[in-house]
Design a protein around this ligand. Structure first.
Ligand code: NAP
Length: 254
């Protein structure tokens, strides 16, 4: 199950009103299966398209009366074709530029455009929390420690996203906001690797084991990961604003 769907299900289960943004809601089987659930409002929006986010914020305001308590930035661009390239062996410069452009549009500009579109509603909310999903692969210290050079556009755009979080925290420091980047851990949201990908997967696991020798390479379920993240989000305070933590609420990524 995709992570966003697990967030939606868990938040609905505890009685929250949930606005789920999706660029193709009609193609999301998970959302279609629950579209009639009480308190769920599905709105079409592309996080790389400011105009669609403006419309989504206007529609949200109609549902909520003009406010929003918590924003969760979850969407991500991750092109499997280039995951196992390093910066020095992309198939072509054109493909490198295209992959990095899409990664920055979705993974960096996406959360900025979304946050800005919903900021007027968040200012009227009671919690003023902006949560952005990040990854331990964006940690420069971890990357140096485990010496893993692949997964480039994803890690680099997510490292920039860490600074986005910090810039918002500083800009809105005296307005009661809590901005948090959080890594969900390794979560079972993707299709299992194909036999031809197993060599690369083993190389990544070996690198991770270098940083975390006691780690068992079994992904968490979305339910396990989202439960841990919601505990952290619920207990978040303004003093935490600008932090980037793992699902363990520290800098231990696995
Ligand atoms: N899974 C993990 O192990 C893991 C580990 C570390 C960090 N994370 C982070 O956790 C978050 C969730 O990752 P996930 O793997 O669980 O993915 P997911 O939530 O299952 O899927 C990502 C979603 O992003 C949406 N998206 C992509 N571009 C978009 C756009 N321009 N506008 C609107 N939506 C867009 C995709 O929509 P479509 O359905 O339309 O393609 C997809 O539903 C990500 O930020 C990721 O970096 C995940």
């Amino acid at each position: 199950m995709p992570s966003y769907l697990q967030f939606v299900l868990d938040l609905l289960a505890r009685g929250d009103v949930v606005i789920a943004l999706a660029r193709n809601p009609e193609k999301s089987e998970g959302l279609q299966n629950i579209k009639d659930r009480k308190n769920l409002h599905i709105i079409k929006a592309d996080i790389a398209d400011a105009a669609s986010l403006k419309r989504a914020a206007e529609e949200t305001a109609k549902v909520t009366g003009g406010s929003l308590d918590v924003l969760i930035n979850n969407g991500v661009h991750y092109d499997k074709r280039y995951v196992y390239n390093t910066l020095v062996d992309f198939p072509s410069t054109e493909e490198l530029i295209s992959d990095f452009t899409k990664s920055f549009e979705t993974n960096v500009l996406g959360p900025i455009l979304t946050t800005n579109a919903f900021l007027p509603l968040l200012k009227k909310g009671t919690q003023k929390k902006v949560i952005t999903l990040n990854t331990g692969l964006a940690d420069t210290k971890l990357t140096l420690d485990i010496e893993y050079p692949k997964v480039t556009s994803y890690s680099i755009s997510k490292a920039a996203l860490d600074m986005v979080n910090v810039k918002y925290a500083v800009a809105l420091k005296n307005e009661g906001f809590s901005f948090l980047d959080i890594s969900p851990g390794l979560v079972d949201t993707q299709a299992p690797p194909k036999p031809e990908e197993m060599g690369e997967v083993m190389e990544m696991i070996t690198a991770f084991k270098k940083g975390y020798p006691d780690w068992t390479p079994v992904p968490m379920t979305p339910a396990e990961s989202v439960k841990l993240m919601l505990e952290i989000i619920d207990n978040l305070t303004v003093e935490d604003s600008g932090k980037f933590v793992s699902h363990k609420n520290n800098r231990e990524w696995l």
